[in-house]
Ligand binder design. Structure first.
Ligand SMILES: Cc1cc2nc3c(=O)[nH]c(=O)nc-3n(C[C@H](O)[C@H](O)[C@H](O)COP(=O)(O)OP(=O)(O)OC[C@H]3O[C@@H](n4cnc5c(N)ncnc54)[C@H](O)[C@@H]3O)c2cc1C
Ligand code: SF4
Ligand code: SF4
Ligand code: SF4
Length: 380
């Protein structure tokens, strides 16, 4: 029966839940709003040990070195995507081969979870980074179902979700391609859902739309945008706390899955070092850093027909927090989450933990964003 001596290591991948033949494990939300496995019916446990066998924390995969690193973008998809629009370009190829695509979507009630898509309309909802830990529901079982049916599958997610999928499947499948996003952490779904309800109460209307990384003004200084009917809301402590690493899952501060350890075929990132790695692409619309780990990944990237440019791996990693050692847990994090339950004013409580950047940094950023938006309008 699964026991992780240190709960803070569990990334919530759900592999143990999906693997249990007696269905005696369920995911349950804790006080910080993250889901953890608990044994629901110990008397049903048959002692098979499958839950421990598949846990990527109990037996982590080795670190792989990329076969190549590329700067890439899809002209057809760039505007609706968070980075260079490589994900939808890869999805298009897998769909054309009769495959099924898995990725994270924002549901109608603003919760974030994984879905499967059989056409580009389904893939559309998966585009864009959602800075909330995505609920996998029964995605692992669904992936196995389609593979056993002989369909190709493209599974996308965080490195720990990809690592858990590989452990759950237990063997390689020719038809499976896995793509992870470079990830420095995911915030609490419980906090996000509470925040949405508070904003809805404030606006007297349902949240109808959210974009966590709106790059229409600037890819570098992206904005968080939401709408409640005709109202828009932008003053956002949620994203500020994410960027400060205050609201991440405890396992993110000790992550054992990222940077080549998930077993993915491809990793997608923001190529923040574009000005040195591929200066001709530095126009602030978004460029993906694409890291290819396997021959299968290379074949999919080639089949996408994207114009890619080989970049120096070490240089490409500059300025990207997703490659550095996991963020340390910030001071005050425990107190912050305790306050989320006790406060009568969630937004005020969140704002109290936001560290404001010095005024000159904010002024410089506003001017850069303004100039970048003007340049893009002129070039259109
Ligand atoms: C939580 C999170 C943290 C990230 N941190 C970094 C970072 O530190 N450095 C960096 O370079 N890049 C980071 N990224 C990745 C980057 O922002 C882009 O999402 C990625 O490069 C894909 O860009 P795209 O334009 O090709 O795809 P898009 O068209 O924007 O597609 C988004 C892809 O991300 C997946 N996705 C979106 N949200 C989630 C989620 N909550 N859980 C699982 N999968 C999700 C979707 O399934 C889809 O495959 C992060 C992404 C996420 C979701
Ligand atoms: S040992 Fe087997 S039956 Fe028991 S909880 Fe683990 S997977 Fe389920
Ligand atoms: S890391 Fe995944 S498999 Fe391991 S205990 Fe947590 S949810 Fe289960
Ligand atoms: S930082 Fe690691 S543990 Fe956290 S969501 Fe990303 S891959 Fe998972």
């Amino acid at each position: 029966m699964i026991t992780i001596s240190d709960k803070t290591l569990c990334c919530g991948c759900t592999a143990c839940v999906s693997a249990c033949p007696a269905q005696c494990i369920v995911m349950r939300r804790d006080r910080e709003g993250f889901d953890y496995p608990v044994i629901n019916s110990p008397d049903l446990c048959v002692g098979c040990g499958k839950c421990e066998e598949v846990c990527p924390v109990l037996s982590p995969a080795p670190q792989n070195e990329p076969l190549g690193a590329y700067a890439a973008r899809s002209q057809a998809h760039i505007d609706g995507s968070s980075s260079g629009g490589v994900f939808p370009a890869l999805a298009e190829i897998v769909l054309a081969q009769g495959g099924v695509v898995f990725g994270a979507v924002v549901n109608d009630d603003m919760t974030v979870g994984h879905a499967e898509a059989y056409d580009m309309a389904g893939v559309e909802k998966m585009r864009g980074s959602k800075y909330v830990q995505s609920d996998l529901y029964a995605s692992y079982e669904d992936v196995r179902y389609w593979l056993q049916e002989g369909r190709k599958v493209l599974f996308t997610g965080t490195p720990c979700q990809v690592a858990g999928l590989h452990k759950y499947l237990g063997k390689p499948y020719d038809g499976l391609v896995t793509v992870d996003v470079l990830c420095h952490g995911t915030p609490s779904p419980g906090l996000w859902e509470k925040y949405v309800r508070v904003l809805e109460h404030q606006h007297g209307a349902k949240m109808e739309y959210v974009c966590f990384k709106d790059k229409s003004e600037s890819w570098r200084h992206y904005a968080f945008t939401t709408s409640f009917g005709s109202c828009e809301y932008m003053d956002d402590p949620y994203m500020a706390l994410f960027v400060q690493d205050m609201t991440l899952r405890p396992s993110c501060y000790k992550c054992a899955a990222r940077d080549g350890r998930s077993g993915s075929d491809i990793t997608l990132s923001d190529l923040w070092s574009v000005h040195v790695s591929a200066p001709e692409m530095a126009d602030d619309r978004g460029v993906s850093g694409v890291y290819v780990y396997t021959e299968k990944g290379r074949q999919l990237l080639e089949a996408s027909g994207l114009a890619v440019r080989s970049v120096d791996i070490a240089v490409s990693r500059i300025d990207n927090g997703g490659f550095s050692d996991p963020a340390g847990m910030p001071d005050g994090r425990e107190e912050f989450f305790k306050g989320v339950h006790s406060t009568g004013n969630l937004i005020k409580h969140m704002k109290a933990y936001v560290v404001r950047k010095p005024i000159w940094v904010r002024a410089y950023r506003s001017v850069r964003t303004f100039l970048s938006a003007c340049k893009k309008k002129i070039l259109k």
